[in-house]
Design a protein around this ligand. Structure first.
Ligand SMILES: Cc1cc2nc3c(=O)[nH]c(=O)nc-3n(C[C@H](O)[C@H](O)[C@H](O)COP(=O)(O)O)c2cc1C
Length: 174
């Protein structure tokens, strides 16, 4: 199928184009000023530096989670497994206490994380920048843990899972 002509980016064109970039899915979480856990689903998770360990997340302005990360200077990330699509949907739906009734753990410094995720990272904010309609937070990773499993993926507005072809070698673990 051929590509259409180039056009100037509208927000919905940006969603559709960037939706062609398959990503993993994570929940970024924090505690708000009342000590209540909050969080939101994200795909804008990037490993920026291995040593020192630094990641980035890009969070929309006006979100309760964005405000909590800004105010508390800390955040946690739960990388979701393919069995956690319902969690991804819950944390992307407006309103409600998203952690209520959900199995959750705490990081060493007490941040809430989603239980049974594939990996948990606890971060202190290294720096942050407003870029367009989002605020980008760089996080110094203070603690992490991971397990094997199948990752939840997002492509073109749909959830799916990563198909592991079971090669013995892992050549791209750079
Ligand atoms: C797969 C997926 C990935 C998302 N990635 C991001 C993201 O990286 N940054 C962001 O600000 N919102 C992202 N969102 C949207 C938020 O999860 C959603 O707007 C959420 O309701 C925001 O929290 P709030 O309602 O507390 O503002 C994503 C949603 C989905 C379903």
């Amino acid at each position: 199928m051929t590509l259409p002509a180039f056009s100037r980016p509208t927000p919905s064109d940006m969603r559709r184009s960037m939706g062609r970039f398959t990503t993993g899915v994570a929940v970024v979480s924090a505690e708000d000023s009342d000590g209540e856990p909050c969080g939101m689903t994200i795909s804008s998770l990037t490993s920026v530096s291995l040593d020192p360990a630094i990641i980035l997340v890009s969070l929309t302005h006006g979100s309760r989670t964005t405000e909590a990360v800004e105010a508390g200077g800390r955040f946690a990330v739960s990388i979701l497994s393919s069995r956690q699509e319902a969690v991804a949907r819950r944390f992307a739906t407006r309103g409600g206490a998203r952690f209520e009734g959900l199995p959750c753990d705490r990081t060493a410094c007490g941040l809430p994380v989603v239980a049974d995720a594939l990996a948990h990272l606890e971060c202190t904010v290294h720096s942050a920048h407003d870029i367009g309609d989002h605020r980008v937070f760089y996080g110094d990773v203070s603690e992490l843990r991971w397990r094997d499993g199948t990752g939840l993926v997002f492509y073109s507005g749909r959830f799916g899972d990563f198909r592991d072809f079971g090669h013995d070698e892992v050549p791209w673990l750079f």
